[in-house]
Write a protein that binds this ligand. Structure first.
Ligand SMILES: Cc1cc2nc3c(=O)[nH]c(=O)nc-3n(C[C@H](O)[C@H](O)[C@H](O)COP(=O)(O)OP(=O)(O)OC[C@H]3O[C@@H](n4cnc5c(N)ncnc54)[C@H](O)[C@@H]3O)c2cc1C
Length: 393
Protein backbone atom coordinates (compact mmCIF):
# COMPACT_ATOMS: atom_id res chain seq x y z
CA UNK A 1 0.00 0.00 0.00
CA UNK A 2 1.23 3.51 -0.83
CA UNK A 3 2.32 5.89 1.94
CA UNK A 4 3.17 8.76 -0.43
CA UNK A 5 0.68 9.56 -3.12
CA UNK A 6 2.13 8.72 -6.55
CA UNK A 7 2.25 11.56 -9.11
CA UNK A 8 2.76 9.54 -12.29
CA UNK A 9 2.28 6.08 -13.75
CA UNK A 10 2.33 4.40 -17.13
CA UNK A 11 -1.10 3.06 -16.32
CA UNK A 12 -3.62 3.85 -13.61
CA UNK A 13 -5.96 0.96 -12.91
CA UNK A 14 -9.21 2.09 -11.30
CA UNK A 15 -10.85 -0.60 -9.14
CA UNK A 16 -9.34 -3.10 -6.74
CA UNK A 17 -11.46 -6.19 -7.35
CA UNK A 18 -10.15 -9.25 -9.17
CA UNK A 19 -10.28 -7.55 -12.58
CA UNK A 20 -8.31 -4.49 -11.48
CA UNK A 21 -5.73 -6.67 -9.73
CA UNK A 22 -5.40 -8.90 -12.82
CA UNK A 23 -4.98 -5.82 -15.03
CA UNK A 24 -2.17 -4.59 -12.77
CA UNK A 25 -0.55 -8.04 -12.95
CA UNK A 26 -0.51 -8.14 -16.77
CA UNK A 27 0.49 -4.48 -17.11
CA UNK A 28 3.47 -5.15 -14.89
CA UNK A 29 4.40 -8.18 -16.99
CA UNK A 30 4.38 -5.84 -19.99
CA UNK A 31 6.95 -3.69 -18.18
CA UNK A 32 4.66 -0.87 -17.09
CA UNK A 33 4.67 1.20 -13.90
CA UNK A 34 1.23 0.68 -12.37
CA UNK A 35 -0.86 2.59 -9.84
CA UNK A 36 -4.01 0.83 -8.60
CA UNK A 37 -6.79 2.95 -7.08
CA UNK A 38 -9.50 1.49 -4.84
CA UNK A 39 -12.16 3.65 -3.24
CA UNK A 40 -12.82 1.27 -0.32
CA UNK A 41 -10.49 0.73 2.66
CA UNK A 42 -9.36 -2.68 1.31
CA UNK A 43 -9.01 -4.55 -1.97
CA UNK A 44 -11.48 -7.24 -2.97
CA UNK A 45 -14.47 -6.27 -0.85
CA UNK A 46 -17.31 -5.71 -3.35
CA UNK A 47 -18.38 -8.26 -6.00
CA UNK A 48 -15.39 -10.57 -6.08
CA UNK A 49 -15.71 -12.04 -2.57
CA UNK A 50 -19.45 -12.60 -3.11
CA UNK A 51 -18.69 -14.98 -5.99
CA UNK A 52 -18.44 -18.75 -6.05
CA UNK A 53 -14.97 -18.66 -7.60
CA UNK A 54 -15.87 -21.25 -10.19
CA UNK A 55 -14.54 -21.85 -13.71
CA UNK A 56 -15.77 -23.97 -16.58
CA UNK A 57 -15.20 -24.58 -20.26
CA UNK A 58 -18.85 -25.46 -20.76
CA UNK A 59 -19.69 -22.18 -22.56
CA UNK A 60 -21.91 -21.61 -25.58
CA UNK A 61 -19.29 -19.93 -27.77
CA UNK A 62 -15.64 -20.56 -28.70
CA UNK A 63 -14.45 -17.03 -27.84
CA UNK A 64 -15.35 -17.24 -24.16
CA UNK A 65 -14.05 -20.81 -24.02
CA UNK A 66 -10.66 -19.57 -25.26
CA UNK A 67 -10.70 -16.69 -22.75
CA UNK A 68 -11.41 -18.99 -19.80
CA UNK A 69 -9.04 -21.71 -21.01
CA UNK A 70 -6.20 -19.19 -20.94
CA UNK A 71 -7.10 -18.34 -17.35
CA UNK A 72 -7.23 -21.95 -16.18
CA UNK A 73 -3.73 -22.52 -17.59
CA UNK A 74 -2.51 -19.58 -15.49
CA UNK A 75 -4.41 -20.69 -12.35
CA UNK A 76 -2.84 -24.15 -12.57
CA UNK A 77 0.70 -22.73 -12.52
CA UNK A 78 0.00 -19.49 -10.68
CA UNK A 79 2.69 -19.69 -7.99
CA UNK A 80 5.39 -20.33 -10.58
CA UNK A 81 4.22 -17.75 -13.16
CA UNK A 82 3.57 -15.07 -10.54
CA UNK A 83 6.86 -15.93 -8.85
CA UNK A 84 5.14 -16.39 -5.50
CA UNK A 85 6.60 -19.72 -4.34
CA UNK A 86 4.07 -21.93 -2.56
CA UNK A 87 1.17 -19.51 -3.19
CA UNK A 88 -1.99 -21.63 -3.01
CA UNK A 89 -5.19 -20.63 -4.84
CA UNK A 90 -7.08 -23.54 -3.23
CA UNK A 91 -7.87 -24.71 -6.75
CA UNK A 92 -10.09 -27.77 -6.98
CA UNK A 93 -11.08 -29.55 -10.16
CA UNK A 94 -14.16 -31.43 -9.01
CA UNK A 95 -16.19 -30.92 -12.16
CA UNK A 96 -19.42 -29.27 -13.27
CA UNK A 97 -22.37 -31.70 -13.51
CA UNK A 98 -25.45 -30.33 -15.29
CA UNK A 99 -28.51 -32.52 -14.68
CA UNK A 100 -31.55 -32.53 -16.97
CA UNK A 101 -35.04 -33.51 -15.79
CA UNK A 102 -37.07 -32.79 -18.96
CA UNK A 103 -37.13 -33.69 -22.65
CA UNK A 104 -36.25 -30.10 -23.51
CA UNK A 105 -33.25 -30.25 -21.18
CA UNK A 106 -32.14 -33.58 -22.68
CA UNK A 107 -32.31 -32.24 -26.22
CA UNK A 108 -30.49 -29.05 -25.27
CA UNK A 109 -27.70 -31.08 -23.64
CA UNK A 110 -27.25 -33.28 -26.72
CA UNK A 111 -26.80 -30.27 -29.02
CA UNK A 112 -24.66 -28.42 -26.50
CA UNK A 113 -22.24 -31.30 -25.94
CA UNK A 114 -21.95 -31.80 -29.69
CA UNK A 115 -21.12 -28.10 -30.13
CA UNK A 116 -18.57 -28.21 -27.29
CA UNK A 117 -16.84 -31.19 -28.88
CA UNK A 118 -16.72 -29.21 -32.14
CA UNK A 119 -15.05 -26.31 -30.31
CA UNK A 120 -12.36 -28.61 -28.93
CA UNK A 121 -13.86 -29.21 -25.48
CA UNK A 122 -13.77 -32.94 -26.13
CA UNK A 123 -13.72 -34.07 -22.50
CA UNK A 124 -17.36 -33.21 -21.78
CA UNK A 125 -19.33 -36.41 -21.22
CA UNK A 126 -23.00 -37.03 -21.83
CA UNK A 127 -24.32 -39.44 -19.19
CA UNK A 128 -27.64 -41.26 -18.99
CA UNK A 129 -29.61 -40.77 -15.78
CA UNK A 130 -28.52 -44.19 -14.53
CA UNK A 131 -24.85 -43.56 -15.37
CA UNK A 132 -25.03 -40.23 -13.57
CA UNK A 133 -26.60 -41.84 -10.47
CA UNK A 134 -24.00 -44.62 -10.53
CA UNK A 135 -21.21 -42.02 -10.38
CA UNK A 136 -22.99 -39.56 -8.09
CA UNK A 137 -25.23 -41.59 -5.82
CA UNK A 138 -26.94 -38.59 -4.24
CA UNK A 139 -28.77 -37.69 -7.48
CA UNK A 140 -32.55 -37.83 -7.74
CA UNK A 141 -34.42 -40.50 -9.77
CA UNK A 142 -35.98 -37.54 -11.65
CA UNK A 143 -32.71 -36.91 -13.51
CA UNK A 144 -32.85 -38.35 -17.03
CA UNK A 145 -29.50 -37.21 -18.43
CA UNK A 146 -26.41 -35.23 -17.39
CA UNK A 147 -23.41 -33.52 -18.94
CA UNK A 148 -20.19 -33.62 -16.98
CA UNK A 149 -16.73 -32.15 -17.36
CA UNK A 150 -14.41 -33.41 -14.65
CA UNK A 151 -11.82 -30.66 -15.15
CA UNK A 152 -14.13 -27.73 -14.47
CA UNK A 153 -13.82 -26.48 -10.91
CA UNK A 154 -13.25 -23.55 -8.58
CA UNK A 155 -10.67 -21.64 -6.58
CA UNK A 156 -10.51 -19.01 -3.86
CA UNK A 157 -11.20 -15.67 -5.63
CA UNK A 158 -9.81 -13.60 -2.78
CA UNK A 159 -6.50 -15.47 -2.84
CA UNK A 160 -6.32 -15.05 -6.61
CA UNK A 161 -6.99 -11.29 -6.33
CA UNK A 162 -4.31 -10.80 -3.70
CA UNK A 163 -1.91 -13.01 -5.67
CA UNK A 164 -2.36 -10.86 -8.78
CA UNK A 165 -1.98 -7.68 -6.70
CA UNK A 166 1.11 -8.84 -4.86
CA UNK A 167 2.85 -10.06 -8.01
CA UNK A 168 2.01 -6.83 -9.86
CA UNK A 169 4.32 -4.71 -7.74
CA UNK A 170 1.73 -1.93 -8.25
CA UNK A 171 1.52 1.09 -6.02
CA UNK A 172 -1.82 0.37 -4.37
CA UNK A 173 -3.87 3.26 -3.00
CA UNK A 174 -6.93 2.31 -0.94
CA UNK A 175 -9.49 4.83 0.30
CA UNK A 176 -8.75 6.58 -2.99
CA UNK A 177 -11.68 6.92 -5.40
CA UNK A 178 -11.22 8.13 -8.95
CA UNK A 179 -13.40 11.26 -9.09
CA UNK A 180 -12.57 12.58 -12.55
CA UNK A 181 -10.07 12.66 -15.40
CA UNK A 182 -7.61 15.22 -16.72
CA UNK A 183 -8.00 15.61 -20.46
CA UNK A 184 -5.68 17.10 -23.03
CA UNK A 185 -7.96 17.70 -26.00
CA UNK A 186 -10.04 14.56 -25.92
CA UNK A 187 -7.24 12.39 -24.49
CA UNK A 188 -7.15 11.19 -20.88
CA UNK A 189 -3.85 12.26 -19.34
CA UNK A 190 -4.51 11.76 -15.65
CA UNK A 191 -6.87 10.38 -13.03
CA UNK A 192 -8.14 12.72 -10.35
CA UNK A 193 -8.65 11.61 -6.75
CA UNK A 194 -9.26 13.54 -3.51
CA UNK A 195 -5.54 13.00 -2.72
CA UNK A 196 -4.30 14.48 -6.00
CA UNK A 197 -4.02 13.58 -9.67
CA UNK A 198 -1.96 10.74 -11.10
CA UNK A 199 -0.67 11.63 -14.57
CA UNK A 200 -0.71 8.60 -16.88
CA UNK A 201 -0.50 7.29 -20.44
CA UNK A 202 -3.48 5.00 -19.94
CA UNK A 203 -6.31 4.73 -17.42
CA UNK A 204 -8.07 1.36 -17.16
CA UNK A 205 -11.64 1.25 -15.84
CA UNK A 206 -12.03 -1.96 -13.79
CA UNK A 207 -14.71 -0.83 -11.39
CA UNK A 208 -17.14 -3.74 -11.79
CA UNK A 209 -20.73 -2.54 -11.28
CA UNK A 210 -19.51 1.08 -11.15
CA UNK A 211 -17.90 0.97 -14.59
CA UNK A 212 -20.55 3.05 -16.37
CA UNK A 213 -20.42 5.83 -13.77
CA UNK A 214 -16.62 5.99 -13.87
CA UNK A 215 -16.52 5.95 -17.70
CA UNK A 216 -19.15 8.72 -17.72
CA UNK A 217 -16.67 11.00 -15.93
CA UNK A 218 -14.63 10.90 -19.16
CA UNK A 219 -17.74 11.51 -21.26
CA UNK A 220 -18.12 7.85 -22.33
CA UNK A 221 -21.55 6.21 -22.22
CA UNK A 222 -21.68 2.47 -21.55
CA UNK A 223 -24.71 0.19 -21.61
CA UNK A 224 -24.01 -1.83 -18.45
CA UNK A 225 -26.67 -3.44 -16.30
CA UNK A 226 -25.77 -4.20 -12.68
CA UNK A 227 -28.09 -6.96 -11.46
CA UNK A 228 -28.26 -8.41 -7.94
CA UNK A 229 -27.21 -12.05 -7.54
CA UNK A 230 -27.23 -14.01 -4.31
CA UNK A 231 -25.16 -16.74 -2.75
CA UNK A 232 -26.38 -18.99 0.04
CA UNK A 233 -23.59 -20.04 2.38
CA UNK A 234 -24.19 -23.21 4.35
CA UNK A 235 -21.10 -23.52 6.56
CA UNK A 236 -21.79 -27.05 7.76
CA UNK A 237 -23.82 -29.85 6.21
CA UNK A 238 -22.55 -33.39 6.54
CA UNK A 239 -24.56 -34.90 3.69
CA UNK A 240 -22.73 -32.80 1.08
CA UNK A 241 -20.01 -34.94 -0.54
CA UNK A 242 -16.88 -32.81 -0.02
CA UNK A 243 -15.22 -34.22 -3.14
CA UNK A 244 -18.36 -33.87 -5.27
CA UNK A 245 -18.85 -31.64 -8.30
CA UNK A 246 -20.75 -28.39 -8.79
CA UNK A 247 -24.19 -29.93 -9.29
CA UNK A 248 -26.56 -27.89 -11.45
CA UNK A 249 -30.15 -28.28 -12.56
CA UNK A 250 -30.03 -27.77 -16.33
CA UNK A 251 -33.53 -26.31 -16.55
CA UNK A 252 -33.45 -23.81 -13.64
CA UNK A 253 -29.68 -23.46 -13.06
CA UNK A 254 -30.20 -23.95 -9.29
CA UNK A 255 -26.90 -25.39 -8.05
CA UNK A 256 -24.57 -26.06 -5.20
CA UNK A 257 -20.89 -26.77 -4.76
CA UNK A 258 -19.01 -28.02 -1.70
CA UNK A 259 -17.08 -25.56 0.45
CA UNK A 260 -16.05 -25.33 4.11
CA UNK A 261 -17.84 -28.27 5.80
CA UNK A 262 -20.96 -27.59 3.74
CA UNK A 263 -21.67 -25.81 0.47
CA UNK A 264 -22.62 -22.69 -1.45
CA UNK A 265 -26.09 -22.70 -3.05
CA UNK A 266 -26.92 -20.48 -6.03
CA UNK A 267 -29.63 -19.59 -8.46
CA UNK A 268 -29.92 -16.88 -11.09
CA UNK A 269 -33.44 -15.56 -11.26
CA UNK A 270 -33.76 -14.29 -14.86
CA UNK A 271 -36.63 -12.02 -13.74
CA UNK A 272 -34.39 -9.85 -11.54
CA UNK A 273 -34.19 -6.40 -13.12
CA UNK A 274 -31.02 -4.43 -13.53
CA UNK A 275 -30.55 -1.40 -11.29
CA UNK A 276 -28.04 1.13 -10.05
CA UNK A 277 -24.57 0.07 -8.93
CA UNK A 278 -24.54 -0.53 -5.18
CA UNK A 279 -21.89 -0.27 -2.47
CA UNK A 280 -24.08 -2.22 -0.05
CA UNK A 281 -25.90 -4.98 -1.85
CA UNK A 282 -29.04 -6.06 0.05
CA UNK A 283 -30.07 -9.71 0.42
CA UNK A 284 -33.53 -11.24 0.35
CA UNK A 285 -34.47 -14.28 2.40
CA UNK A 286 -36.77 -15.37 -0.45
CA UNK A 287 -33.64 -16.46 -2.27
CA UNK A 288 -32.91 -19.05 0.44
CA UNK A 289 -36.48 -20.33 0.41
CA UNK A 290 -36.51 -20.57 -3.39
CA UNK A 291 -33.52 -22.90 -3.20
CA UNK A 292 -34.31 -24.84 -0.04
CA UNK A 293 -38.08 -25.28 0.15
CA UNK A 294 -38.90 -28.50 -1.77
CA UNK A 295 -42.23 -26.93 -2.87
CA UNK A 296 -40.35 -24.25 -4.82
CA UNK A 297 -39.97 -24.96 -8.58
CA UNK A 298 -36.30 -23.96 -8.27
CA UNK A 299 -35.59 -26.12 -5.24
CA UNK A 300 -32.32 -28.02 -4.96
CA UNK A 301 -34.53 -30.99 -4.02
CA UNK A 302 -35.11 -31.43 -7.78
CA UNK A 303 -31.49 -32.54 -7.94
CA UNK A 304 -31.23 -34.72 -4.85
CA UNK A 305 -33.64 -36.04 -2.22
CA UNK A 306 -31.08 -35.17 0.46
CA UNK A 307 -32.27 -31.55 0.21
CA UNK A 308 -35.80 -32.57 1.13
CA UNK A 309 -34.49 -34.31 4.26
CA UNK A 310 -32.40 -31.25 5.11
CA UNK A 311 -35.52 -29.03 4.82
CA UNK A 312 -37.71 -31.39 6.82
CA UNK A 313 -35.09 -31.65 9.53
CA UNK A 314 -35.32 -27.86 9.88
CA UNK A 315 -32.10 -27.32 11.79
CA UNK A 316 -29.99 -25.93 8.94
CA UNK A 317 -27.99 -22.72 9.50
CA UNK A 318 -27.31 -20.53 6.51
CA UNK A 319 -26.05 -17.04 5.64
CA UNK A 320 -26.82 -14.92 2.61
CA UNK A 321 -24.37 -12.86 0.57
CA UNK A 322 -25.08 -10.78 -2.53
CA UNK A 323 -23.21 -8.92 -5.24
CA UNK A 324 -24.05 -7.60 -8.69
CA UNK A 325 -23.44 -9.18 -12.07
CA UNK A 326 -22.48 -6.42 -14.53
CA UNK A 327 -24.20 -7.47 -17.73
CA UNK A 328 -23.50 -6.12 -21.20
CA UNK A 329 -26.25 -6.57 -23.83
CA UNK A 330 -24.47 -9.62 -25.29
CA UNK A 331 -23.20 -10.85 -21.89
CA UNK A 332 -19.58 -10.64 -22.93
CA UNK A 333 -17.03 -8.28 -21.39
CA UNK A 334 -15.83 -5.02 -22.95
CA UNK A 335 -12.06 -5.32 -23.24
CA UNK A 336 -9.61 -2.82 -24.66
CA UNK A 337 -9.30 0.83 -25.72
CA UNK A 338 -12.52 2.84 -25.66
CA UNK A 339 -13.53 5.67 -27.98
CA UNK A 340 -11.92 8.13 -25.54
CA UNK A 341 -8.17 8.04 -26.25
CA UNK A 342 -6.21 6.89 -23.22
CA UNK A 343 -9.28 5.36 -21.56
CA UNK A 344 -9.30 1.55 -21.57
CA UNK A 345 -12.11 -0.78 -20.48
CA UNK A 346 -11.91 -4.08 -18.60
CA UNK A 347 -15.54 -4.40 -17.54
CA UNK A 348 -18.89 -6.12 -18.05
CA UNK A 349 -17.96 -9.71 -17.27
CA UNK A 350 -21.65 -10.59 -16.88
CA UNK A 351 -21.07 -13.07 -14.05
CA UNK A 352 -17.83 -14.59 -15.31
CA UNK A 353 -15.16 -12.25 -13.98
CA UNK A 354 -13.26 -14.74 -11.84
CA UNK A 355 -12.76 -17.28 -14.61
CA UNK A 356 -12.34 -14.52 -17.21
CA UNK A 357 -9.99 -12.33 -15.16
CA UNK A 358 -6.72 -13.66 -16.56
CA UNK A 359 -7.56 -14.06 -20.25
CA UNK A 360 -9.58 -10.83 -20.22
CA UNK A 361 -6.93 -8.73 -18.50
CA UNK A 362 -4.08 -10.09 -20.65
CA UNK A 363 -6.12 -9.20 -23.73
CA UNK A 364 -6.99 -5.75 -22.35
CA UNK A 365 -3.33 -4.94 -21.77
CA UNK A 366 -2.25 -6.28 -25.16
CA UNK A 367 -4.99 -4.28 -26.89
CA UNK A 368 -4.05 -1.17 -24.89
CA UNK A 369 -0.46 -1.52 -26.11
CA UNK A 370 -1.54 -2.03 -29.72
CA UNK A 371 -0.35 -5.63 -29.75
CA UNK A 372 -3.76 -6.97 -30.81
CA UNK A 373 -5.57 -5.61 -33.84
CA UNK A 374 -9.09 -4.44 -32.97
CA UNK A 375 -10.64 -6.93 -35.47
CA UNK A 376 -8.78 -9.77 -33.77
CA UNK A 377 -10.36 -8.89 -30.42
CA UNK A 378 -13.90 -10.34 -30.22
CA UNK A 379 -14.46 -8.39 -26.99
CA UNK A 380 -13.55 -4.92 -28.33
CA UNK A 381 -15.90 -2.32 -26.87
CA UNK A 382 -16.83 -1.06 -30.37
CA UNK A 383 -18.25 -4.42 -31.59
CA UNK A 384 -21.81 -4.55 -32.83
CA UNK A 385 -23.89 -5.61 -29.83
CA UNK A 386 -26.33 -8.44 -30.29
CA UNK A 387 -28.69 -8.92 -27.34
CA UNK A 388 -28.27 -12.54 -26.20
CA UNK A 389 -30.63 -14.62 -24.09
CA UNK A 390 -29.53 -14.91 -20.49
CA UNK A 391 -26.93 -17.52 -19.63
CA UNK A 392 -28.48 -18.25 -16.27
CA UNK A 393 -25.34 -19.51 -14.57
C1 LIG B 1 -23.29 -14.39 -6.35
C2 LIG B 1 -22.21 -14.29 -7.41
C3 LIG B 1 -21.56 -15.45 -7.83
C4 LIG B 1 -20.57 -15.37 -8.81
N1 LIG B 1 -19.91 -16.52 -9.16
C5 LIG B 1 -18.92 -16.46 -10.09
C6 LIG B 1 -18.20 -17.62 -10.45
O1 LIG B 1 -18.43 -18.70 -9.92
N2 LIG B 1 -17.24 -17.51 -11.40
C7 LIG B 1 -16.96 -16.31 -12.01
O2 LIG B 1 -16.10 -16.28 -12.90
N3 LIG B 1 -17.61 -15.19 -11.67
C8 LIG B 1 -18.58 -15.23 -10.73
N4 LIG B 1 -19.24 -14.10 -10.37
C9 LIG B 1 -18.91 -12.84 -11.06
C10 LIG B 1 -17.65 -12.23 -10.49
O3 LIG B 1 -17.76 -12.15 -9.08
C11 LIG B 1 -17.45 -10.84 -11.08
O4 LIG B 1 -17.49 -10.91 -12.50
C12 LIG B 1 -16.09 -10.27 -10.64
O5 LIG B 1 -15.95 -10.33 -9.25
C13 LIG B 1 -15.97 -8.83 -11.11
O6 LIG B 1 -14.77 -8.33 -10.61
P1 LIG B 1 -14.44 -6.79 -10.69
O7 LIG B 1 -13.07 -6.62 -10.19
O8 LIG B 1 -14.79 -6.31 -12.06
O9 LIG B 1 -15.52 -6.11 -9.74
P2 LIG B 1 -15.51 -5.84 -8.16
O10 LIG B 1 -15.06 -7.04 -7.42
O11 LIG B 1 -16.85 -5.30 -7.85
O12 LIG B 1 -14.42 -4.73 -7.99
C14 LIG B 1 -14.62 -3.41 -8.46
C15 LIG B 1 -13.91 -2.48 -7.51
O13 LIG B 1 -13.93 -1.15 -8.02
C16 LIG B 1 -14.05 -0.28 -6.92
N5 LIG B 1 -14.49 1.04 -7.38
C17 LIG B 1 -15.73 1.41 -7.83
N6 LIG B 1 -15.75 2.70 -8.17
C18 LIG B 1 -14.49 3.18 -7.95
C19 LIG B 1 -13.86 4.45 -8.11
N7 LIG B 1 -14.54 5.52 -8.57
N8 LIG B 1 -12.54 4.58 -7.79
C20 LIG B 1 -11.85 3.52 -7.31
N9 LIG B 1 -12.39 2.29 -7.12
C21 LIG B 1 -13.70 2.12 -7.45
C22 LIG B 1 -15.06 -0.98 -6.02
O14 LIG B 1 -15.02 -0.48 -4.70
C23 LIG B 1 -14.59 -2.43 -6.14
O15 LIG B 1 -13.66 -2.79 -5.14
C24 LIG B 1 -20.23 -14.13 -9.38
C25 LIG B 1 -20.85 -12.97 -8.94
C26 LIG B 1 -21.84 -13.04 -7.95
C27 LIG B 1 -22.49 -11.78 -7.49
Amino acid sequence: MADEFPQTADVVVIGGGIVGAATAFFARRAGMKVVLLEKRPALCTLTTPASTGAFRLQFDNPEEIALVREGIELFEHFAEIAELPGYDLHLKKQGYLFCATSDVGVEHQRHFVEALHGWGVTDVELLSGDEARYRFNYLSPEIVQARFRASDGWLDPKRLTFGYARASGATICVNTPAIGFDLSGDRVTGVRTPRGTVACEHAVVATGPFAASVAAMAGLRLDLRPTIRHKLVIPELQVIPAAGPMTIHEETAAHWRPTLAGCYGLLTDPKTSAGEPLDNVPTSVDFAFNLLDPRSPTSLARLSPMWESVWNDGSLYWLLQAGQYTYTPDHRPLLGPSDVPGLVLNVGYSGHGIMGSAGGSRLTVDAMLGQVRAEANPFRPQRTMVERPLDIL
